[in-house]
Ligand binder design. Sequence first.
Ligand SMILES: C[S@@+](CC[C@H](N)C(=O)[O-])C[C@H]1O[C@@H](n2cnc3c(N)ncnc32)[C@H](O)[C@@H]1O
Length: 291
Amino acid sequence: MPRPRETLSSSASLSDDTLPPKVFRSLAELIEEEIGIRLPESKKTLVESRLRRRLRPLGLQNLKEYASQYLETDLLYVEFPDLINALTTNKTDFFREKSHFDLLSEKVIPSFLHEGMGRLRPLRIWSVACSIGAEPYTLAMVLAEHARLTPGFQYTIRGFDIDSEALFKARRAIYDLNYLDPIPETLRSRYLLRARAANNHTFRIAPELRRKVQFFPLNVLTPEWPDEETADIIFCRNVLIYFNRPKQQRALEGLCARLRSGGVLFVGHSESLQGLTLPVRPFASAAYQRL
Ligand SMILES: C[S@@+](CC[C@H](N)C(=O)[O-])C[C@H]1O[C@@H](n2cnc3c(N)ncnc32)[C@H](O)[C@@H]1O
C-alpha cells in the first residue's frame, strides 16, 4: 500500500476545485510507482475531472478538500482503491482489433488442437487488463464456436484487472446496446440475451458463456496470481501504452513467466516490444510466441 507523501501540500492561490501543482505531482509519482500509469502535467485537467466524481460520495465540496483530507493524510490508504478506479481508462470493445481473434481462430487454436491441447487438457486463456470484460467474453465466444465443431474441446478463460469497479461490471456481464455493433449476428443469437423491456437498452452475456470466465483482481506490475496455473495464450492489450519502458519490461517479464513454452502473447497493435528483453519471438502482428 502507498504511503502518504509528506511533500503534499495545498496552495491557497489556486482555485479550490483544482489540485495544487505539488499535490498533482506527488499523486502522479505515486500512481506511476504503484500501478505504472503515467500522468504527465498535460493530463492534470483530465485527472481533476475524474477525481471530481469522488467528491459526492465522500461529502466534499471541492478538490482542495479532497487533497487535504484524503491525498495528504493516512486516509490515502483507504481511498487508494477508489482513486485507482477513478484514474484508470477502461475503454474497450467486443472484437477490438479483430485480426487477433481471426488469428486465434484460424491459426493458434488449430495448432494447439493439433498438439492435443484443448482435448488432453483444457486450453487456458487469460485476458490481462480485461477492463469490463468485453475482451474475455469475446474470447469466450470464439472458443465456444470451436467447441461446437470440435467434440471434446475444452477451455477456461480468466480475466484480470486492477480496477475493482471494472471487474464488478465484467462479472455482471450486462452491456449497453452501443457495444453490440462489432459482434457478428450469428454470435449474438447464440451467446447474448436481450433485455425484454422496451426501455431497457442492454444485453447480457448468456450464462453458459459467463460460466466459462473467471475474474480476478491483479496489478500486472506486482502480480499476485490466484494459484500456480500457467497460460497457453495471454492477451495483454492496450495497457502497456500507459507504462514507461522499465515498467513494460517488468509487466511482460511477469506474464512470460506464466506463459507456457510455445504459448502466444498478444499485445495491442500500438504497443511494441522492441527494445525489451523477453523470452519470446515474433509470431504475427502484435503477437509473440514464448520460447
Ligand atoms: C484501455 S483498457 C484495455 C482493455 C482491453 N484489454 C482492451 O484492449 O480492450 C486498460 C485496462 O488496464 C487496466 N490497468 C491499468 N493499470 C493496470 C495494472 N497495473 N494492472 C492491471 N490492470 C491495469 C485498467 O484498469 C483498464 O481496465
